[in-house]
Write a protein that binds this ligand. Structure first.
Ligand code: IVH
Length: 694
């Protein structure tokens, strides 16, 4: 395709058909150049020409919004993947809100406001839903969206620009009157309809591939997870939405006097503002608004967990100021957690992968907090006894913004006659062996090592991402294999009769081939991964790597004495004894023999070369969840390289590594004392070289 083809074509005609034709032409040209640039690394045209085409698409889309499609090049950013999200320091802190849990607390807040204003009454309050999503800040320069950042700890967030740009609600370019700089804050959320559609797609694609569907649990977490995708095209598929509710830094623009006219102005620039924001004249009217929001909660296509009440006048807001955490001019009235009643069909217990027994209620399916609920946890034996819920009862179920719905208690007036308290089972419902509860501990356990549930748990762990990373071997497949007696330990995976799998409905030729390839591929995982996958007590992700590199081969580990093991840097007596004991078990040796026969990697990649001590004398603090390491894994990786990983930041800290949802105080402290805050990609460089990249 000729590089300049777009310049010779006519501009969009007045009619929408002409615009559609031009748009199709531009999209094809852009797709071609995006491939040259991003995938082949061999562009044919200057970046500026490419940008011109994108701008022309944007112009057509603004004039003919009906022509915007999810695959529009203005929404799909085809660039290389982000390794990690760079930190963004908020020029103005993104604060939190204080909460009121009752109308009395709301009135007490109002009294404090009036007192601070020396008894001048507040002329108006703005009320709006407290959206249940994720706060972000958008920065526009001369009307163009240049940055999107998460709230993070309020002072430092993450750069999610490329992801934000895929959200259809968020304009890439503002209307004509845009100021030089406009930072606007708001909430990214997921509509209930988008959430339901996403789960339907998940279920359908899993079925087509013969996989287990991984359904999303609630719109809030899904929105947050979707915004933090490394690959923006995934964010684009999630159909996120946005409402703005506050200004950040602004340079230029009109004189604004109230929150209400701020929202009007933002709306006039093309930003989405919520249509239910109201300005009312008294705290009594605020209470009426809240009642109306509460009553109409289910008529919205999105979730909200409260109503934000703001002093409308910006001058009064400035007078009231803020405390360390939140402004004094606003409060979040939290709606009570949703409670509904439904029938309790039965009480059952589930056995976790480690044998832990959890009682749960099977319910008549009921909608609570925007989600259909048919099971709810009862936590443990004592909780069931205290609540005294019984099969046949009508029970109150609560879901408090939280992912796990719980049974609050029975409606005693509706209890059928002759019902009896439910008795906690004495035996494991899976293997039939007696259950055990240790003195002073709330949890009950099935302690049978050969309980099929625990066998499944061990296999799931072995196949997990940080161990052998066997794709396509989901929980349902493991369950099927164990139940059908095809697999009773991890070594059996490597002698699985794949032809037999075709007898089961859930398998077709394609899914069998996928699984066979995935199991085959796992044979070449490094020795450290295999050791972690075996679930040897005390051997987490990093201890497993240490063990592999200290001894160099499975044979040498098997032959090691307690003293040899205790001499490993970073290991003590407890770890040494635990490893020694595990390798002395005949069934463990038999397992290793069969894994070796199957052709798994039994040698470390670089025998006898322990990891280099790149971090000698350096303290590296880790906060938040990283993608490539478990919580302890990252710390162990630092220690294995001679460094320290204390729990808090000080001036002496070499760097603070931040993953998802880092601790607020750590990031604030690090930025305050000038400790570099780095993401996961930089962390990897640091581990390898002992230095920060760049
Ligand atoms: S105003 C100074 N308005 O609630 C803070 N926040 O608990 C000004 N939120 O981080 C925030 N809906 O993510 C405001 N209508 C709304 C909101 C809202 C949801 C969130 C926001 C903030 C959190 C504080």
């Amino acid at each position: 395709m000729a590089a300049k083809s777009h310049t010779s074509s006519p501009s969009p005609g007045d009619d929408s058909a002409g615009a559609a034709r031009r748009l199709a032409e531009l999209k094809a040209t852009i797709a071609h150049h995006a491939e040259r640039y991003y995938e082949l690394d061999d562009p044919e045209i200057p970046d500026a020409d490419y940008d011109d085409m994108l701008r022309e698409v944007l112009g057509i889309e603004q004039a003919y919004p009906e022509l915007v499609t999810p695959d529009s090049p203005t929404r799909m950013i085809g660039g290389p993947r982000n390794e990690a999200f760079a930190p963004v320091v908020h020029e103005m802190a993104m604060m939190s809100l204080h909460n009121a849990f009752s109308i009395d607390e709301l009135r007490a807040w109002n009294d404090r406001v009036v007192r601070r204003l020396e008894d001048r009454p507040v002329p108006a309050y703005a009320t709006e839903p407290k959206f249940d999503g994720l706060a972000i800040s958008l920065r526009y320069e001369n009307g163009l969206l240049v940055q999107g950042a998460t709230r993070g700890n309020g002072r430092v967030g993450e750069d999610v620009t490329r992801n934000v740009m895929t959200i259809t609600d968020i304009p890439r370019r503002l209307g004509h009157e845009a100021p030089r700089v406009l930072e606007v804050r708001g909430e990214v959320y997921m509509r209930l309809s988008a959430f339901a559609a996403l789960n339907i797609r998940q279920a359908e694609s899993a079925e087509a591939d013969g996989r287990e569907p991984k359904l999303f649990i609630n719109p809030r977490n899904t929105a947050a997870g979707s915004l933090r995708q490394k690959d923006p095209s995934i964010t684009a598929e999630r159909d996120l939405s946005f409402f703005c509710y506050q200004l950040g830094v602004v340079d230029g623009g009109p004189e604004l006097t109230s929150h209400t006219n701020t929202l009007e102005w933002l709306g006039s620039l093309g930003l989405p503002v919520n249509e239910h924001s109201r300005s009312v004249g008294s705290i009594d009217e605020v209470a009426e608004c809240i009642a109306a929001f509460e009553a109409g909660r289910h008529d919205f296509d999105y979730e909200f967990d409260g109503v934000v009440v703001k002093v409308d006048d910006l001058g009064l807001q400035a007078e009231l100021g803020a405390d360390a955490k939140a402004p004094r001019w606003a409060i979040a009235y939290k709606l009570p957690p949703e409670e509904v009643t439904t029938g309790l069909l039965d009480i059952e217990v589930s056995i976790g992968p480690s044998g832990q027994v959890t009682p749960f209620a099977r319910l008549d399916t009921v909608r609570v907090g925007g989600v259909d609920v048919s099971t709810a946890t009862l936590h443990n034996q004592d909780q069931v006894a205290v609540k005294d819920v019984r099969p046949g009862d009508t029970v109150i179920v609560r879901r408090a913004g939280d992912v796990i719905p719980e049974v609050v208690g029975p409606v005693l007036s509706a209890r059928p006659e002759g019902s009896r308290p439910w008795r906690f089972p004495r035996n494991c419902p899976v293997c039939g062996e007696p259950l055990m509860r240790a003195e002073g501990v709330a949890a009950t356990f099935c302690v049978n090592f050969h309980c099929p549930r625990q066998t499944r748990g061990r296999i799931e762990h072995f196949a997990g991402r940080y161990a052998m990373d066997i794709e396509w071997l989901g929980e349902k497949n493991v369950d099927l294999f164990v139940t059908e007696g095809l697999v009773s330990d991890v070594a059996d995976l490597y002698t699985l009769d794949f032809d037999r799998l075709l007898e089961f409905d859930r398998f077709g030729q394609k899914s069998v081939d996928n699984l066979r390839d995935a199991i085959e591929a796992s044979k070449s995982r490094p020795l450290g991964n295999l050791l972690f996958g075996l679930r040897i007590p005390e051997i987490g992700q990093v201890n497993a790597q240490t063990l592999a590199s200290a001894f160099g081969s499975m044979d040498r580990i098997t032959a090691a004495s307690v003293d040899d093991l205790a001499a490993v840097d970073g290991f003590g007596q407890v770890i040494a004894e635990s490893v020694h004991e595990w390798f002395a078990r005949p069934d463990a040796l038999d397992l290793i023999g069969r894994l070796s026969e199957a052709g798994l990697t039994m040698e470390a990649a670089v025998p006898d070369s322990p990891v280099e001590k790149t971090l000698e004398g350096k303290a590296v603090v880790v906060s938040g969840t990283l993608d490539g390491y478990t919580r302890d894994g990252a710390k162990e990786a630092i220690v294995a390289r001679g460094g320290k990983s204390p729990g808090s930041v000080s001036r002496k800290t070499f760097a603070l590594v931040v993953g998802a949802e880092p601790g607020a105080s750590k990031v604030a402290k690090a930025t305050g004392v000038g400790v570099p805050v780095i993401g996961e990609a930089a962390f990897k460089t640091l581990l390898d070289t002992g230095e920060l990249p760049g």
